[in-house]
Design a protein around this ligand. Structure first.
Ligand code: MG
Ligand code: ZN
Length: 240
């Protein structure tokens, strides 16, 4: 019988065709998620009490999460007090890059864990002055699969897909895209070079992320960013 309290996910060492093992692994998975959800609820309560908005930023590796956040924090400096908790398997490269914006940044290095969990966010928050934040971004580990299942206590999910990834990302990863409040089509300045079919991409996003706002943006040229900032400002002011 497992006695680890569900804190870690075991690697199944026998074939999942074994029905009993499959059932047990599934059961453990549910307990991990249950524990995550309890902490996520506590996080959400804390964020609410402190009065700031929290955005979970999700995408595949290399879609431009860090570039977008660096530009966003820089452009909104002096207007909105932003902060970032950034998760990566290894290195603090992204934290260093984000620090150039002058905003408070906390790096979480997850090692072998390919997603962020609510307990990691709670610990990272201890390193931030929560009374001096309007907007907290959580840059999740680049991964379109399991971060979808882990609520971090965020108020909003933003999913990025870059034009170089093709138009069918939402169709291939519907679980994540379904939970998106905003979908950003990034690196839009490369759309023509990449042969990116805008209309197809929009249709695919709309099919899966039925309620999401869809924006085309470029962190490099600034295209579309005003609409993104408009959403962020609206969020903060609605909350205030
Ligand atoms: Mg990054
Ligand atoms: Zn994972």
């Amino acid at each position: 019988m497992p006695t680890d309290g569900g804190a870690t996910m075991p690697t199944p060492d026998v074939s999942l065709r074994d029905g009993a093992t499959a059932h047990r692994v599934l059961h453990l998975h549910e307990r991990v998620l249950g524990k995550n959800e309890q902490q996520a609820a506590l996080n959400r309560k804390l964020f609410h009490k402190k009065g700031f908005r929290v955005i979970n930023v999700l995408s595949a590796p290399g879609s431009g999460k860090t570039a977008l956040l660096e530009r966003t924090l820089t452009d909104l400096r002096g207007e909105l007090r932003g902060a970032v908790i950034v998760g990566d398997l290894a290195t603090d490269n992204d934290a260093k890059r984000l620090q150039r914006s002058g905003a408070p940044i906390v790096q979480i290095t997850t090692g072998t864990v390919c997603h962020l969990e609510s307990a990691m966010i709670a610990r990272a928050c201890e390193q931030l002055d929560l009374d001096a934040i309007d907007l907290l971004f959580i840059e999740n580990v680049g991964n379109l699969v399991c971060p979808a299942s882990f609520d971090l206590g965020e108020g909003l999910r933003v999913v990025l897909a870059s034009v170089t990834e093709g138009e069918d990302k939402p169709l291939k990863y519907p679980t994540l895209f379904k939970t998106a409040d905003i979908v950003l089509l990034t690196k839009i300045e490369l759309a023509d070079v990449a042969g990116f079919e805008r209309a197809t991409a929009h249709r695919n996003v709309r099919e899966i992320a039925t309620r999401a706002e869809i924006l085309e943006v470029s962190a490099r040229t600034g295209q579309g960013l005003e609409a993104w900032y408009h959403l962020l400002r609206g969020m903060v002011h609605a909350h205030a």
